[in-house]
Structures are given as structure tokens and as C-alpha cells.
Design a binder for this molecule. Sequence first.
Ligand code: CO
Length: 150
Amino acid sequence: MNTSAKLIALLLLCAATGVTHAACSYDVVVGDYLRFSTPEVSVEKSCASVTINLRHEGTLAAKIMGHNWVLSADADVQGVATDGMSAGLANNYVKPNDARVIAASSVIGGGDKTTLTFTTADLSAGGKYTFFCSFPGHSYGMRGKFSVTL
Ligand code: CO
């Protein structure tokens, strides 16, 4: 394969797998199911900030099928999710002032949308990060790899 054929093959592969590549802003869709439309997020350290536009295309209320977008180091996912359960919907299922949380959006229900913006200053290129939904019971299915590249 020549270079352009390889590039086209790579683009087709990306489209087929739904993997999105480095950008500073992502549109993420959720619904009345346990899945993010964007299975992976990759940002460049040069992004001064990262923006996640979260939209819930479903109809169920936040207290039934709410979703948020929470970022932490891989090792902290379980602890953040467990403590988030106790924090309740009033705290968007995130323990207040949880230092393990790098960024967290509000919990939204069907028909709602929210935007989360956070700095890349505290993120390390090559670091192991995971984004997930901290609504009780959702973090196992609703999670994905978050990577930072130079
Ligand atoms: Co959820």
C-alpha cells in the first residue's frame, strides 16, 4: 500500500470502530441505555482546555437514567464511583471536593445537555485516565479510555 492508501485505510478503520482522535472538544451522546457514543477520548496536551458537550437523547428522568461524564486516573475509578453513589443526585453522584476527580459534569436526564470544560494543566501525556458515568451501577458499562498525547 502506498502512503495515501494507508491513510485512507486508517481513516476507514477509525470510522468503523468509532474511535475518535485527538481534538480539544468532543460531542458525546448518551440516552436511555448504558453507553457513551464516544468510547475513547484523546486530547493533546497543547489543548489549553478540553470541552465535553454531553447530550442525553433519551426521555427518562435524571433520577432514573441520569448520566454524567467524570474523569479520574484509572486507579481511582472504583473509589470515585463508590463514594459518588453515597453522594447522591444532589451532588451529581460525585463526592464534594473529591481530589481524585479531575473533571465532572452535572448529571443530566432525557432531553438535557450540559457542557464541561477543564484544563489540561493537571494531565500528563501518557497518563492512565478513564472517563465514566458515576450514576449508581453505570460505571462498569459506561466508561472509556482517556488519553493525553504531546
Ligand atoms: Co450513566
